[in-house]
Design a protein around this ligand. Structure first.
Ligand code: 6PG
Length: 467
């Protein structure tokens, strides 16, 4: 009987589409799902001959070539632990478990250690691209034992999205690193989405544009340096109709999340990374979910009346474009800086040019401007801040006044734009040679004898400030 090259467990949309993608690439795929009906449903709808359904985990495992390659596409958290526990008694030395879900990287490190006790390899693999990407080519971020990665590499290379014929997959590093990179990818995704939605609300409420006009603006921007998957889908989303009119106007304004953005921010705090644009984007989702409170507050709390942009609209929109681009650069540079810190802390030796390179197609944050990141990191893998690279220095010189104009205009209108504001705040904080932190140090020393350093001589000092 023919043996299967790989088994996929979890037939929700991502698992099913990845199984189909692997089968389309010519591999024999075994599929399994906890509830039998989902597996049957996949078989009813798919025409691939090289997918075989299994309804007993033992049969599923027996059908696999050795060493067995088992891709888990189940919910992160307890469900992942549960399925690993089910598999463990049947696993043999050399088998490879691949977790393709959005797992927390510390869970991945723990699972990897546990499985290694039985000589079972564990790959924590970030997979981005949503349902379409899973089927047609995602961006893949594998972390774990390199020897295990080498065994699954041919499959990943054939199913990954291609950027100029190059598969968007690269070995990220030891265990946990693949899921870490995916986590930060998602943090950047949150910031990108928040920035775009702030621009949308500005065009809607201050420029007074219709959805169609806003879509046209994004369409034009998508043909230039802002070209990206997220701008592209936004343009299309704004054109979608339903029987009432534009569908976007009927979508409830409460953004939910599955936690990857929050994890990115929590980790940034541990690493002392100033990840304020991504963090504000997570907070913006939290505030959005307070719909009933916001409805109440809108009647109670006062603010200015919005004065529409009536003249020089084109100039305003060009400033908005520049503000968005510079803010996007700042969000990415914060995310990549965090990758650098994590790499140092965990000795992962992350290669930022390869990470930027595999983000160029297949994933949610794919964007033209990643080409710049690839070039910058090729020359300098540990550049302390992307803003200091000659290309981004130049952009910031040209664009910072636009970001400033937009932020000050919109803030005066009382419209919340937390990600744009925090981009500018970060920019100005970062370029400040003399900050206000001297006063904080003096206050700490004053009330708690925490000591302070001086800028005119070395050493550590304490002063009785109130004497
Ligand atoms: C991807 C996405 C994907 C996930 C979104 C949604 O890269 O394909 O990131 O993994 O669907 O991150 O996450 P939230 O529900 O937290 O917005």
């Amino acid at each position: 009987m023919k043996k299967n090259d790989i088994g996929v467990i979890g037939m929700a949309v991502m698992g099913r589409n990845l199984a189909l993608n692997i089968a389309k690439s010519g591999y024999n795929v075994a599929i399994f799902n906890r509830t039998i009906n989902k597996t049957k449903d996949v078989m009813l709808k798919c025409s691939e001959k090289n997918i075989s359904p299994y309804f007993l985990i033992q049969d599923f495992l027996r059908s696999l070539k050795k060493p067995r390659r088992i891709l888990l596409m189940v919910q992160s958290g307890q469900a992942t632990d549960d399925i690993i526990n089910v598999l463990t008694p049947y696993l043999n030395s050399g088998d490879i478990i691949i977790d393709g879900g959005n797992s927390f990287y510390k869970d991945t490190i723990r699972r990897s250690k546990d499985l290694l006790k039985n000589n079972v390899s564990f790959l924590g693999v970030g997979i981005s691209g949503g349902e379409y990407g899973a089927l047609n080519g995602p961006s893949i971020m594998p972390g774990g034992q390199k020897s295990a990665y080498d065994i699954v590499k041919p499959i990943f290379k054939s199913i990954a999205s291609k950027f100029k014929n190059q598969p968007c997959v690269a070995y990220i590093g030891p265990n946990g690193s693949g899921h870490y990179v995916k986590m930060v990818h998602n943090g950047i995704e949150y910031a990108d989405m928040q920035l775009i939605s702030e621009v949308y609300i500005i065009l809607k409420n201050i420029v007074n544009y219709s959805n169609k006009e806003i879509s046209d603006v994004f369409d034009i921007w998508n043909q230039g340096e802002l070209n990206s998957y997220l701008i592209d889908i936004t343009k299309n989303i704004l054109r979608k109709k339903d029987h009432n009119g534009d569908l976007i106007d009927y979508v409830l304004d409460e953004a939910v999340n599955k936690g990857t953005g929050k994890w990115t921010c929590q980790d940034a705090l541990d690493l002392h990374e100033s990840l304020n644009v991504i963090t504000e984007s997570v907070f913006a989702r939290y505030v959005s979910s307070l719909k009933s409170q916001r409805m109440l507050a809108s009647k109670i709390l006062s603010g200015p009346n919005v004065s529409l942009v009536s003249s020089h609209k084109d100039d305003f929109i060009e400033d908005l474009r520049k503000a968005l681009y510079l803010s996007k650069i700042i969000a990415y540079s914060q995310g990549f800086s965090q990758l650098g810190s994590a790499s140092k802390k965990y000795y992962w030796n992350l290669k930022c040019h390869e990470i930027a390179s595999i983000f160029r197609s297949g994933c949610i944050i794919q964007a033209d401007f990643l080409n710049q990141l690839v070039e910058i990191y090729k020359y300098d893998n540990i550049i302390i801040n992307l803003l200091l690279s000659p290309y981004f220095q130049d952009i910031s010189k040209q664009y910072q006044s636009s970001l400033r104009k937009i932020v000050s205009y919109v803030v005066k209108q009382g419209i919340a734009i937390p990600a744009l504001v925090s981009s500018l705040t970060y920019y100005d904080s970062y370029r400040t040679s003399q900050s206000s932190a001297n006063l904080i140090q003096a206050q700490r020393d004053c009330f708690g004898a925490h000591t302070y350093k001086r800028n005119d001589k070395s050493g550590v000092y304490h002063t009785n400030w109130l004497e």
